[in-house]
Design a protein. Structure first.
Length: 296
């Protein structure tokens, strides 16, 4: 698999560690491909992983816990592979039956992970990130301390990113409004201890560089024709092209005022151009940040 070889070469390391990094890479690439199905969630996994790493660090957790939680943040939505496209992209309120389908994704994600050698790293985040302190979450209705720490942290970060990101049915809300909603739901939807730290991070401006980005220093772009996100990879440069995954519109990548910008060309993508391509540089960075603490 050339993708795995490319990332492994970037990481270096001993043979034993490299094998473990390769295993972790397979999970992250799988998560990336699952996310690519939804035209509105570009960068969501990276943002949740970054928010989770920041919050776990701020809470004073050991390096191994911080690394594990960051990986869990990247993998938490694996189970969305089972959600039909018409539900993922629906612009109206979900029906009860459609919401019931959405609620299956934590268990589906866990079943996908269960036979993987590194499954234990992400079990808590994948399976329990929608559990809540009051026991009203899903899929198992866990409450209070029964909700794993990984899931409490990833759950806050996942909800915050959902609120501040544009979806088919609404625009993303301002950071302060999302923080206020988290505050209002302490002890019900969100853990109070981690929630207080997260809100403090937000009000100190320490989340600003992550919100609305798909990687460090790479802001999200938007399709001017139909609204979904356009995600630029780390290796892309002026002269490249990106494509809207919904309307298939082509955008030229151009140099802007200190950053890359996109410009609609009026052309449409071919099926081959719409094939998702994992960001090998970003994935290698996530693996490098976590692997030494988790796998050494």
């Amino acid at each position: 698999m050339s993708l795995l070889k490319d990332i492994s070469r970037m990481l270096g390391g001993t043979d034993g560690l490299r094998h473990q990094e390769d295993l972790l890479t397979t999970l992250l690439v799988m998560a990336w491909m699952v996310e690519a199905r939804d035209p509105y969630t570009g960068g969501h996994l990276w943002r949740v992983s970054r928010f989770s790493r920041l919050l776990a660090t701020e809470a004073g957790l050991p390096d191994t816990d911080v690394a594990r939680i960051a990986v869990g943040g990247f993998l938490h939505d694996l189970g969305k592979i089972s959600i039909p496209d018409h539900i993922l992209g629906k612009k109206d309120r979900l029906t009860d039956d459609e919401y019931a389908v959405i609620k299956t994704h934590p268990d589906v994600g866990w079943r996908m992970l269960a036979s993987h050698p590194l499954a234990a790293l992400a079990e808590a985040a994948v399976r329990a990130h929608h559990e809540t302190p009051d026991g009203g979450g899903y899929p198992r209705g866990l409450a209070g301390e029964a909700v794993p720490i990984d899931a409490r942290i990833v759950g806050i970060c996942d909800a915050f990113d959902a609120m501040t990101s544009t979806r088919p049915y609404r625009r993303g809300m301002p950071i302060e409004k999302a923080l206020a909603i988290i505050e209002e739901n302490f002890d019900r939807q969100f853990d109070r201890g981690f929630g207080l730290r997260f809100v403090a991070l937000g009000r100190a401006g320490r989340l600003d560089h992550i919100v609305g980005h798909s990687d460090d220093g790479i802001p999200l772009h938007e399709c001017v024709m139909c609204g979904p996100t356009l995600v630029l990879r780390r290796d892309q440069k002026a002269g490249d092209s990106v494509y809207c995954p919904a309307c298939t519109g082509e955008y030229a990548v151009e140099s802007g005022d200190g950053a890359l910008v996109t410009s609609f060309t009026g052309r449409k993508a071919t099926p081959a151009q719409l094939e998702p391509e994992a960001d090998t540089l970003l994935i290698a960075c996530v693996v490098r940040e976590s692997a030494r603490a988790l796998l050494a």
